[in-house]
Design a protein around this ligand. Structure first.
Ligand SMILES: *Cc1c(COP(=O)(O)O)cnc(C)c1O
Length: 403
């Protein structure tokens, strides 16, 4: 192993390293300045030693940066580090989670292709598929997340992508990633998993057979509510297409945001474990409360897919939902009675957040569709943060007290 800045420390030095070491070290290529931490390259373009050097770099005959819409050293460090954690050949960073999804569809689909999408995905993802992708002749078909026969039946020769979010929001339903990858591959299609709720700490979709992983880095990867960003990960040959779209269309990650996310990755496992521990305790406690009729959390043995969650995840995440009697009025009273917890639809923050899905994240759905999707009026979602558990619990108790 060399510590020479000229040779740099290559990723191969870290081949046998554990998750935490990769989270702190992977992707760091030391520059001539021999900096200890990650530098932020806030530069839009790069200079060349000579005209010939510029020509060779533009032609791709020589490695080097040309323009930050194409590559940036800080963004590359983030990409290499997240790729190491997900076990992906390549990672492509994007300006947001939504642009990660957009780049995936735009680069891998053509007019006439079909995309199968699990129901109950992130609201903006539904709009992206229905309002924009559909406008360009991509057929969008929604399938219940846990009905494998329905996925199988929905596949046609036009099917290009199967797109799932697991666990789902807000009801924590799971997609059987291994089974869906088999169905996708039999149909010559690719399985795409939005791994935002689990992060590679809790779930590695590629190892389970998925072809592409999507992230909104805005959530747990930052973990502190500061920046927007996203990522697409998978085989180099697929990611080359995604890179092609991004460098042309432009929704790339800013170097400053990449630096924030790098720092986020360094503490990701510690944070996720703490999030999960408090969420598990809160879910178990809520399940015992008389005023709570049902709790949705895959860490509970009462969850219908608890066994699947144990197989494909190493933890159950920090987003849980529960129902209170009395519909919307009761749910709103509950939410308004909390004092510490932030009332916001955001999640993946150090701060615990609470929302009423029926009138926020799922407010645009017609009432009948919402009911059918299981988003009842008495449903409340909590994304458990990193405050002391006793304080989170006491605040939730304030909500229960007014029912
Ligand atoms: C937030 C979120 C997105 C979108 O990410 P942005 O960074 O807000 O664009 C996509 N998928 C899931 C599951 C999310 O929670």
């Amino acid at each position: 192993m060399t510590k020479d800045w000229q040779a740099g420390r290559l990723n191969s030095d870290l081949d046998d390293a554990g998750f935490d070491t990769l989270a702190v070290r992977a992707g760091q290529h030391r520059s001539f300045e021999a900096e200890h931490g990650e530098a932020i390259f806030t530069t839009s373009s790069y200079v060349f030693r000579s005209a010939a050097d510029a020509a060779a770099t533009f032609a791709g005959d020589r490695d080097g940066n040309v323009y930050s819409r194409y590559t940036n050293p800080t963004v590359r460090t983030f990409e290499e580090r997240l790729a190491a954690l997900e076990g992906a050949e390549k990672c492509v960073a994007t300006a947001s989670g939504m642009s990660a999804i957009l780049a995936t569809v735009m680069s891998l689909c053509v007019m006439g292709d079909q995309v199968l999408v699990s129901r109950s995905i992130f609201g903006a993802s539904v709009s992206l598929f229905d309002k924009y992708c559909a406008r360009f002749g991509i057929q969008i078909t929604y399938v219940p997340i846990d009905d494998l026969d329905a996925w199988q039946t929905a596949c046609t020769e036009k099917t290009k992508l199967l797109f799932v979010e697991s666990p789902s929001n807000p009801l924590a339903e799971l997609a059987d990633i291994r089974a869906l990858s088999t169905i996708a591959h039999a149909a010559n299609a690719l399985l795409v998993v939005d791994n935002c709720f689990c992060t590679p700490v809790l779930q590695k979709p590629l190892a389970l057979g998925a072809d592409i992983v999507i992230h909104s880095a805005t959530k747990y990867i930052d973990g502190q509510g500061r920046c927007l960003g996203g990522a697409v990960l998978g085989r180099a040959e697929l990611m080359q297409e995604v890179v092609g779209f991004l460098r042309t269309a432009g929704p790339t990650m800013s170097p400053f945001n990449a630096w924030v996310f790098l720092k986020g990755l360094e503490t990701l496992r510690l944070r996720m474990n703490a999030h999960c521990q408090s969420a598990q305790r809160l879910a178990e406690w809520l399940e015992q409360q008389a005023k709570v009729s049902r709790v949705y959390y895959s860490g509970l043995t009462s969850h219908p897919q608890h066994e699947l969650a144990k197989q494909q995840q190493s933890g159950f995440g920090a987003v849980l939902s529960f129902e209170v009697e009395g519909g919307k009025d009761a749910a709103w009273r509950f939410i308004d009675a909390t004092q510490m917890i932030s009332i916001t639809a955001n999640l993946g923050d150090t701060k615990t957040t609470i929302t009423h899905p029926g009138t926020t994240t799922h407010g645009r759905l017609p009432a009948a569709e919402r009911e059918q999707a299981g988003i009842h009026d008495g449903l409340i979602r909590i994304a458990v943060g990193l405050e002391d558990f006793a304080d989170i619990q006491a605040d939730v108790q304030r909500g229960l007290n007014v029912l």
